[in-house]
Design a protein around this ligand. Sequence first.
Ligand code: CA
Ligand code: CA
Ligand code: CA
Length: 396
Amino acid sequence: MTQRKGEKTTISIQEHMAIDVCPGPIQPIKQISDYFPRYPRGLPPTAPPALSRAGSLRGTTTSQKSEDPAAEPKRDEDDLDQAFGATAFVANKKEEEPDVEGYDSDDSTTLGTLDFSLLYDQENNALHCTINKAKGLKPMDHNGLSDPYVKLHLLPGASKANKLRTKTLRNTLNPVWSETLTYYGITDEDMVRKTLRISVCDEDKFRHNEFIGETRIPLKKLKPNQTKNFSNCLEKQLPIDKTDDKSLEERGRIMISLKYSSQKCGLVVGIIRCAHLAAMDANGFSDPYVKTYLKPDENKKSKHKTAVKKKTLNPEFNEEFFYEIKYADLSKKTLEVTVWDYDIGKSNDFIGGVSLGINANGERLKHWFDCLKNKDKKIERWHTLTNELPGSGYND
Ligand SMILES: [Ca+2]
Ligand SMILES: [Ca+2]
Ligand SMILES: [Ca+2]
């Protein structure tokens, strides 16, 4: 309807009547209903389509709490990345609007399709994710368009540290990104255990960005060094596997080298670099340094520290530490590696840690074992840092 001030007086009574009456009674009713809160999708289909205002309000509040949260598309907030599905936030009004006409919103094809390709470069421990384009995305804005971008996570253990995203493309439902995002420090273990979550979201200037749809690829579907192309229908946010909650949060990756030197009679530990470290400062970065201990540590002399690298999440250290130890004793030891954010005027923040030794498992055990087995050979491996503090000795 005409809302502009200047025009109000120019409308004659006949015109006024014509506007209100002639287009038929259905249109005005539908538009007025837009101003009332809608009951969300989770409501049983038996609910009458035209609830009174009070009824729909009540329906909204109760269903927010009691309805299955998995059926409800959650709002895409950055905080959600951390909680990762811990709280189901009710979809805001925008997301529900297209569903008003028909409640069969389960048809996932309406969210759009995403074309992308994945390549695991085994030699360099890199996972290249090329996001090509999306087609027929669901409109999320008033202009019938969206401002889409793509976000990547590795599950389980999702955290801000392992999130990657493309640029945002404005006002389009058929965006072409042609952008490659790369995870570094990806191990063969990751390729068996992890799932890549790819979500498409709509960026909004004045409120939280909105989730459009997602697809998930278990990395075991990929063969090393072979590009695999995908063209997947986007789905609503999938329920989070309960086991995800138990897994440790990832805080980044670290590349460590180990070598037992029979000449020098000791272990040479190399701290090479880190990737995708968690940001521990307000500026979105950390000031990382690495500490190592060889435990048990009777004489408390095993602590070594790298230099601090300022304002980076991908530091390169290339430092080596030497632990004098008999070869026969090495198998009983555990190497603890922790990464810290240096802070001025307050205690440093713990970023993440990893332990290598015979009591470890997976890649951590294998690396240690390979070092014991191959004297005088330097063996480099990537490891995942988690938020769990290894053993003790972390007071800084
Ligand atoms: Ca938008
Ligand atoms: Ca800090
Ligand atoms: Ca800092």
